[in-house]
Design a binder for this molecule. Structure first.
Ligand SMILES: CC(C)(COP(=O)(O)OP(=O)(O)OC[C@H]1O[C@@H](n2cnc3c(N)ncnc32)[C@H](O)[C@@H]1OP(=O)(O)O)[C@@H](O)C(=O)NCCC(=O)NCCS
Length: 188
């Protein structure tokens, strides 16, 4: 099992549990987990309310189809607590489109986002994907996401504007440059 030490101070969650992360499949979490994590993670985002229904739908689709859509999500655990997840869309193979990913707000800024994304990049590399792409926002809310992608080796390829204002930014990563060891796909 690949594990990553959590950086920084001991967390309020620790409480006798190891301050370590591990990564588990959808069967390890309850229906509703995706929706809950996204709802909590986008607190403070001005557009949040417009997306709540999409998150509910994403949750249902994943849990209704655990061998397809649901198999493209990996959940991050700290002890017995699920604290984040990453997901991807494999339908453009050998390009993987990184989808929803988030970390529980009280545990941010300690390397969890980068650790769970790097674990996913190893999974994708091991499955012969050649590149990963992702789109995120250009607003202040998405600064941690932009920094996370850059820190994990993604490069900005273009910004997309709406009504003349830059709104989103696309990143790309060549997966052939990502080390494929220490992969943890199913927590075993
Ligand atoms: C993006 C997200 C997953 C990052 O999780 P995290 O556990 O805080 O990430 P990390 O601790 O690994 O830090 C990632 C980078 O963000 C930076 N960062 C973290 N919190 C920050 C903050 N509040 N302000 C500015 N930068 C911040 C870190 O310093 C790091 O950058 P660095 O490597 O250049 O120092 C998390 O902020 C989140 O869930 N955001 C809301 C959902 C979202 O935006 N998802 C991405 C959709 S495309």
């Amino acid at each position: 099992m690949a594990r990553f030490e959590l950086a920084g101070e001991a967390t309020g969650l620790a409480n006798g549990r190891a301050d370590m992360l591990d990564f588990r499949p959808i069967a390890s979490v309850a229906r509703g987990t995706i929706c809950q994590l996204l709802n909590a993670s986008y607190e403070g985002w001005p557009d949040r309310d417009e997306h709540v229904e999409n998150w509910r739908a994403a949750d249902q689709e994943s849990f209704n189809n655990p061998d397809t859509v649901g198999a493209c999500a990996v959940f991050t655990f700290l002890g017995n607590e699920v604290i984040g997840f990453v997901s991807w869309d494999p339908r453009e193979f050998p390009t993987a489109i990184i989808g929803h990913n988030c970390v529980e707000p009280s545990l941010r800024g300690r390397g969890v986002g980068k650790a769970q994304l790097r674990n996913l990049l190893r999974i994708l590399g091991n499955r012969s994907f050649r590149e990963a792409i992702v789109t995120t926002g250009l607003g202040e809310f998405f600064e941690p996401a932009r920094r996370m992608y850059l820190a994990c080796g993604f490069q900005a390829v273009r910004t997309v504007s709406a009504s003349g204002d830059p709104m989103t930014i696309d990143y790309r990563l060549d997966l052939q440059r990502v080390c494929c060891d220490e992969v943890d796909e199913h927590g075993s």
